[in-house]
Design a protein around this ligand. Structure first.
Ligand code: 77L
Ligand code: MG
Length: 214
């Protein structure tokens, strides 16, 4: 019953957001993180960049690595066309339990499949267990030292469609140096850096958008 930050964030959503209204859930979390407690959601500034990438791509099948409390899950899911779906992977069961409730409060649960477990084990199961052919969009926001191994896994499992977009959070802070070096030097990707700030702060951070060329 010990109160944790994710549980306090969920309480703020249930108190301040309207059921079935994803935008009110997003702003309730941003308000909580700006005025009460910082939390590691992608946030409103980087979130707007995420929104523009998703809106332009209109992905049918998306993967999110690192759900946390479900903030970016809701940001992505609210923009998906009917029939499109988002699979989100979370290793931490306490985060997953809160995220399920945030996702339901926003009313986007029908577009989202939240799977608990290590991404390194779950990615090879995507085809036969989750009926995925290929992903159109991948949002990387989990453990920073898993970005590169999981990207290699996605490649090896043939899970990236030609033209698929990888969008990676925190490439500056906390930083993902090995991932950046790989993706920026690989002839199989076309990459672009979107400069921004660490959520709810003035610290520099940014998103790396990479198109898989096949
Ligand atoms: O670890 C992260 N995510 C995976 C969680 O399972 C993460 C951390 C931070 C962050 C933390 C502490 C600090 F001082 C600066 C940044 C920010 C983020 O956006 C993140 O996604
Ligand atoms: Mg992040």
């Amino acid at each position: 019953t010990r109160s944790t930050r994710p549980k306090r964030l969920l309480r703020a959503v249930q108190k301040n957001a309207t059921r079935g209204d994803p935008l009110s859930v997003i702003s309730a979390i941003d308000h909580f993180c700006r005025h009460s407690e910082w939390a590691m959601n992608v946030g409103d500034e980087k979130g707007s960049i995420l929104d523009s990438v998703v809106s332009e791509l209109n992905p049918n099948t998306s993967l999110e690595l690192g759900t946390y409390c479900g903030y970016s899950t809701v940001r992505i899911a609210r923009l998906l066309p009917p029939g499109a779906r988002l699979i989100t992977l979370e290793f931490n069961p306490d985060y997953a339990a809160v995220a399920r409730q945030v996702i339901s409060w926003a009313g986007v649960q029908d577009k989202v499949e939240l799977v608990e477990g290590p991404s390194g084990d779950l990615i090879p199961q995507m085809k036969e267990r989750f009926g995925v052919e290929t992903f159109d969009f991948v949002f990387l926001d989990h453990w920073k030292d898993r970005y590169l191994p999981d990207t290699n896994l996605l490649e090896e499992c043939g899970l990236l469609r030609k033209g698929a977009v990888l969008l990676a959070d925190n490439v500056i802070c906390p930083g993902t140096p090995e991932y950046l070096a790989y993706i920026r030097n690989s002839p199989r990707y076309e990459s672009r850096y979107f400069q921004s700030h660490l959520e709810y702060t003035k610290v520099e951070d940014g998103l790396e958008k990479s198109v898989f060329l096949g």
